[in-house]
Design a protein around this ligand. Sequence first.
Ligand code: CA
Length: 450
Amino acid sequence: MNRFESVSRRRFLLTAGATAATSVLLKGCVGNPPETATNSQTSPAASPVISVKPGEEPEVKTVKLGYIPIVEAAPLIIAQEKGFFAKYGMSEVKVDKQANWGAARDNVKIGSGGGGIDGGQWQMPMPYLITEGLITDNTKIDMYVLCQLNTQGNGIALSNKHAGKNIGLKLDNQVALFNQLKASGTKFKAAYTFPKANQEFWIRYWLAAGGIDPDAEVELLTVPSSQTVADMKRGAMDAFSTGDPWPYRIVADKVGFLSALTAEIWKAHPEEYFALRKDWADKNPKATKAILKGIMEAQQWCDNFDNRKELAQILARREYFGVPEEVLFQPLMGKYDMGERTIDDKSMAVLYWKDSKGSVSYPYKSHDLWFLTESVRWGFLPKETLTTAKALIDRVNREDIWKEAAKEAGIAAADIPTSTSRGVEEFFDGIKFDPENPQAYLDSLKIKKA
Ligand code: CA
């Protein structure tokens, strides 16, 4: 029996696609030495094990996917690195780092045919805004939301100048501080990586829950995550909301502290998503499912905490995030030095496949509705959006394709949600969002524009 035959089928499936040949080529390109196996999760040198069933052969082998260097991107990077895309016949996937969210948007607008991308990682509700032409100069590019990449793994970092002022998850008695900053001409500045999406929503939710009107008491601005540490160091901002490793890095570099993790604001909250251009997915339906199968397998790999050391090593590499492995590894293990307190709880870490509410990967339509409702709350979208939201979500959210791919990949029935709604959601301040009645949620909020 050779070394490959000695590997059990189950293990083979879990670790398939060491893609050593591909990895060596890839590393050769960036001048790194070939990687040696670091632990038992790295399978021996082998070509990807192709697992394409008859009738499921993808129409094409290639697709160009964009990502932003934050932990949300891990399933795309791991599907590539571990050969999970190749396993399902997508052997020539290109996973491309995007300079920022605006660049990702511009690249999906032109598509891979124009030198851009076919889809990739998105904050919400970007795929909806692109579909409606709202952030693409009125050019409507239909998108399909196909899976959620992750939950949690995001946080709100504060500048050290606010240390010791009791600014944490709950902004009890902080209204006076914000008023005073405004009165003295140094309005509290809060930044995020792209406007009108997740990171802006998290910081707005956190402020408003604490009685601070983000539109009146705070100056909100957009800053790419890679600039955050420098900007906070030179005092250009008071707070920053983004994905790991950036909030954590602010603490590691001693320029600030973390006031809240998004996992504290809303446990198992919806975070970032995988979406493709509709024209690409419609033309290549089997390839779309093959990509999804690769992502799902990567999500299971990423969710295994035994793999997180290796995950940190891979993501830290210069061609991906280019950051010290340590600032990635700690938060990946749920170990957060918040600066003024510590959290050591794996259930608070970024999760990719399962969380306390069930499936992470499945794209719940009820979550898309929350993002659209929150957009209405802050006046980003008109009130009428709520009337037409269901039809729009039914067009953009293709959870049906996720389910087909999950079944083809042999995902256990128990891990495939039976409802497109996760039901009533509850936030840290006791506010509830019932997807059956988004207006009641808006009515229950004290600070809002709508
Ligand atoms: Ca994020």
